[in-house]
Design a protein around this ligand. Structure first.
Ligand code: FEO
Ligand code: CA
Ligand code: CA
Ligand code: CA
Length: 614
């Protein structure tokens, strides 16, 4: 591994030297870029307790909690008297991705906006009192509450006179999107026979969105939300169906995490409705500024367990969306739109994600990253391998990527372009199943317990000059997580402190200056709480994370995002108290009220003196 990293460094130098003759002086003597600025905050100590903690000089306040009455008409939250009808109007469970959309639309306001929040999962043991849980599984009414607790919330928020963020409860733009919301299906797979069901013979209309993990914001101000572990909800076997192998490849094997859904609702039983799973696993697009808009599933971006969908406007006006497939030995994908973004033609932009090329990444040992297009009729993607058209390729994107020879990765999470550097940071949360014989340059550790981050480098130049649509990038190891003082084979480009080394990187976000913020998922098993670390990505402090925020026991930190001016950082505290139950939870965060279970919540983090974060 050391030899590989040394070679990486040499190759990196060699590339620059190879261009040396024509290298502009500005590249050779680049002024200290903002993305290279070290982080200006007093580092937080690692720890694990029932509360959240933030770096000195900062305030982290719960802003939106599970059950908060966000939509007009919502009843106040009563955990002992829940209903699907109430939950349909209240803030959902297990918040994940957050995105701040300024108000008014198109402005760069940082004191008023809409917060779009994903609700990824539910946890019945923490949602319902023990006395309400039957031995033989959840009731239909309880599953109905779970259906309503999934999806997204769109909530207007604003800073009050004291500078504190407040939700505008019942605001006119507030909306819940749930497993009861109607979606339109668009793109090459819309209407395809494999998307048709008893309830939807058109194959163009789906009720609901599932397991929304991370996401992205488009240049036209809509929100993308990623359907991740949708297989968890489907019961049964469809062995006689032509979909059997497709179900197997995506993980539907008759042992779901949510067995009660298929008990009470036929569409979650693949024996009865084998095509229903083909209607999930997509990227969905939502216009948060229009509460009456019908959200759309964009099939051109492929069907797999999407962690997120981070977008960047390429220099030629094409829209590029990066997305990881979060499972061990799965792949990194990229979509490049066929059309170009036109700020003057909002209606045309609305369909940009329906045509373009989806590609999958092959990480070469020599440091090249080759994007392999998933195009029907090209290479192995032909009827001989079971593909009859582009819809088949998109529905079975994993199978297509297998045949193309994509590189199996250590659980791809966020694949996040950094506009300041023009590069893309890709996090891999870990892969305990990688055997020594399966190690490769881009996944350099067997039994990868702690995960790693790669930097993907498009050609064309820095910042806005980078060509995110190019067929070949370069890639480098940014960091190998773990404790550098232990036998973890960890690697950080700069010396990292005791509170700075991290494990299991998951969500990533660049702040307005281009520094990288890293959320962790899994630190609890290393003895400290999950949280947020931040690092410069260039200069002497490149890859020296420093600890900024940590979550209460049982929780995972998800969905960090910034206001345009960088003065507020939003983040989700997901599944606080996980591993315990409603009656005797390991934390009652954030209310610490004996009558309240722990509540997954979004926090707003600001500097006590009001300045920009870090
Ligand atoms: Fe929902 Fe990949 O974390
Ligand atoms: Ca995640
Ligand atoms: Ca995760
Ligand atoms: Ca999660």
């Amino acid at each position: 591994m050391a030899r590989r990293l040394a070679r990486r460094a040499v190759l990196r130098g060699a590339t620059v030297l190879g261009l040396g003759a024509a290298l502009p002086a500005i590249v050779l003597a680049r002024p200290a870029a903002a993305a290279g600025a070290d982080l200006g905050f007093e580092e937080l100590r690692k720890g694990l307790d029932e509360r959240h903690h933030v770096a000195g000089g900062y305030r982290a306040s719960p802003l939106l909690r599970w059950g908060d009455p966000v939509v007009a008409g919502a009843p106040p939250f009563d955990p002992f008297n829940q209903s699907a009808a109430a939950q349909e109007l209240q803030f959902g469970y297990n918040c994940d991705y957050t995105a701040f959309l300024p108000l008014p639309r198109g402005s760069a306001a940082s004191d008023r906006g809409l917060l779009a929040v994903n609700h990824e999962t539910t946890n019945a043991g923490l949602i319902f009192p023990k006395a309400a849980l039957r031995r033989d599984g959840l009731t239909r009414a309880q599953v109905g509450i779970e259906l309503a607790a999934h999806g997204l919330s769109i909530v207007e928020i604003r800073r009050d006179g004291s500078g504190a963020w407040q939700p505008v409860l019942g605001g006119p733009l507030n909306r819940r999107i749930t497993m009861g919301t109607e979606f339109r299906i668009a793109g090459p797979a819309a209407g395809h026979e494999r998307l048709r069901t008893g309830a939807d013979p058109s194959g163009r209309r789906v009720i609901g969105t599932l397991n929304n993990c991370a996401g992205g914001v488009t240049p036209w101000g809509t929100v993308l939300s990623a359907e991740e572990n949708f297989d968890d909800y489907f019961s049964g076997h469809a062995s006689a169906s032509p979909e059997a192998e497709n179900h197997r490849r995506i993980g539907i094997r008759g042992e779901p995490q949510y067995p009660d859904w298929g008990q009470h609702f036929a569409r979650f039983d693949v024996a009865r409705e084998p095509n229903e799973p083909n209607r999930f696993g997509w990227i969905v697009e939502i216009d948060p500024y229009d509460p009456r808009s019908v959200p759309v599933k964009r099939t051109a971006l492929g069907r797999f367990k999407h962690e997120g969908a981070a977008t960047i406007l390429n220099k030629d006006g094409r829209v590029v969306v990066y997305s990881g497939d979060d499972e061990r030995f799965e792949y990194v994908y990229r979509f490049v739109s066929a059309g170009r973004f036109d700020p003057a033609a909002p209606a045309a932009n609305a369909e940009l994600l329906d045509s373009g090329v989806l590609s999958v990444a092959r990480f070469e040992e020599d440091g090249r990253l080759v994007w392999l297009p998933l195009v029907f009729g090209e290479g192995p993607l032909t009827p001989a391998n079971g593909f009859k058209n582009q819809a088949d390729v998109l529905i079975e994107a994993r199978h297509a990527a297998d045949l193309l020879g994509a590189t199996p990765m250590d659980r791809p999470e966020d694949i996040e372009p950094n506009p300041a550097t023009g590069t893309v940071f890709a996090s891999f949360t870990g892969n305990s199943k990688r055997k020594p014989a399966q190690v490769d340059a881009a996944n350099p550790r067997p039994k990868n317990e702690f995960g790693h981050i790669l930097e993907l480098v498009p050609p064309g130049g820095r910042g806005a000059e980078a060509d995110h649509a190019a067929e070949v990038f370069r890639w480098e190891v940014f960091l190998l997580a773990g404790d550098p003082a232990k036998d973890h084979h960890a690697f950080y480009p700069s010396a990292v402190g005791a509170d700075g080394w991290l494990v299991n990187p998951d969500n990533l976000v660049a702040d307005p200056q281009g520094r990288l913020w890293i959320a962790s998922d899994g630190a609890g098993s290393s003895g400290f709480a999950d949280g947020l670390w931040a690092t410069a990505v260039e200069g002497p402090a490149r890859g020296r994370p420093r600890h900024f925020f940590r979550v209460p026991v049982g929780a995972e930190l998800t969905g960090p995002s910034f206001t345009p001016d960088g003065s507020t950082l939003f983040a989700s505290v997901q599944h606080p108290g996980q591993g315990s139950g409603f009656d005797t939870p390991s934390t009652r965060w954030p209310d610490f009220d004996a009558g309240m279970p722990p509540r997954p919540s979004v926090v707003a983090i600001t500097r006590e003196d009001g300045g920009p974060i870090a």
